[in-house]
Design a protein around this ligand. Structure first.
Ligand code: HEM
Length: 185
C-alpha cells in the first residue's frame, strides 16, 4: 500500500532559495548578518514502528546553505521529519556538524488560505525531558544551544521557514536566527 506522508507529503522534492537571512553571534557583543542561498532535498524514507505501537512516516532531508558574499557552504544540516498520525505529532530530528543534535516536537496545522498551506511548528530545549538537545562537551561549555524553535510553511510551489536557535555563547544569551523562502527546483 502506498504510504501516506500526511502533512509532510508536500515537502518531497528539491527546493532552492536565494532570499535567506542568517543572524549569528560574534565575540564582544558582535552580530554577523549573512544573506544566503540554499538547496534542501527532501526524500521519502518510508515508515517505522516503535515498540509495536507507534507508527511514524519519515522524510529524510539534507540542507546545504551558502553565503552570498563568497559562495562558501557555511551550514550543512541533515535530519528527518516524522509524522505520528495517531497522536497528531510532528517531529524533526537534526544534526549539525558542530557537535549538536536535537529532537524537536510539535504540530501540523492547515492554513485557511485558498491553497491549503500547511504550517509545521516544532521546538526543543536543552534539558527538556520530552524534546531535548544533545551537544558535545566543547559546545556545552563554549557555545551551548539552549532552545530551538522552527516554523515551516509548505505550499504547493513555495516553502518558507523561520527559526530561532537560542545560544549561550561569549558570555551572553544570543538569538541566532535563520529565515528563508524557497521554490521547487
Ligand atoms: C540556515 C541555518 C543556519 C545557518 C546558516 C547557520 C549559520 C551560523 C553561523 C554563520 C554561525 C557563526 C559561526 C562563526 O562565527 O564561527 C553559527 C553559529 C552557531 N550555530 Fe548556526 N546556523 C544555522 C542553523 C543552526 C542550527 C539549526 C543550530 C542548532 C540547532 C545552530 C547552532 C549553532 C551554534 C551552536 C553556533 C555557535 C558556534 C560559533 O559561533 O562558534 N545553527 N551558525
Amino acid at each position: 500500500m502506498e504510504i501516506d506522508y500526511g502533512p509532510l507529503a508536500g515537502l518531497i522534492g528539491t527546493w532552492q532559495g536565494n532570499r535567506g537571512l542568517d543572524v549569528s553571534p560574534e565575540p564582544n557583543d558582535g552580530t554577523e548578518i549573512n544573506p544566503y542561498y540554499e538547496t534542501i532535498t527532501f526524500e521519502v524514507a518510508g515508515d517505522v514502528d516503535n515498540a509495536e505501537t507507534q507508527k511514524l512516516v519519515v522524510i529524510r532531508y539534507h540542507q546545504v546553505v551558502q553565503r552570498k558574499s563568497n559562495d562558501e557552504v557555511f551550514h550543512d544540516q541533515v535530519g528527518h521529519w516524522m509524522w505520528d498520525a495517531k497522536a497528531g505529532v510532528v517531529m524533526q530530528s537534526l544534526a549539525i556538524p558542530r557537535g549538536v543534535c536535537l529532537v524537536a516536537g510539535g504540530k501540523a496545522e492547515t492554513v485557511k488560505d485558498e491553497i491549503g498551506s500547511i504550517v509545521l511548528s516544532v521546538a526543543a530545549k536543552l534539558g527538556d525531558p520530552d524534546w531535548g538537545i544533545v551537544e558535545s562537551p566543547f559546545m556545552r561549555d563554549n557555545a551551548s544551544t539552549l532552545e530551538y524553535r522552527h516554523e515551516m510553511i509548505i505550499s504547493p510551489d513555495r516553502l518558507s521557514y523561520d527559526q530561532t536557535t537560542v545560544l549561550d555563547i561569549y558570555g551572553r544569551r544570543f538569538d541566532h536566527t535563520d529565515e528563508s523562502v524557497l521554490t521547487r527546483a
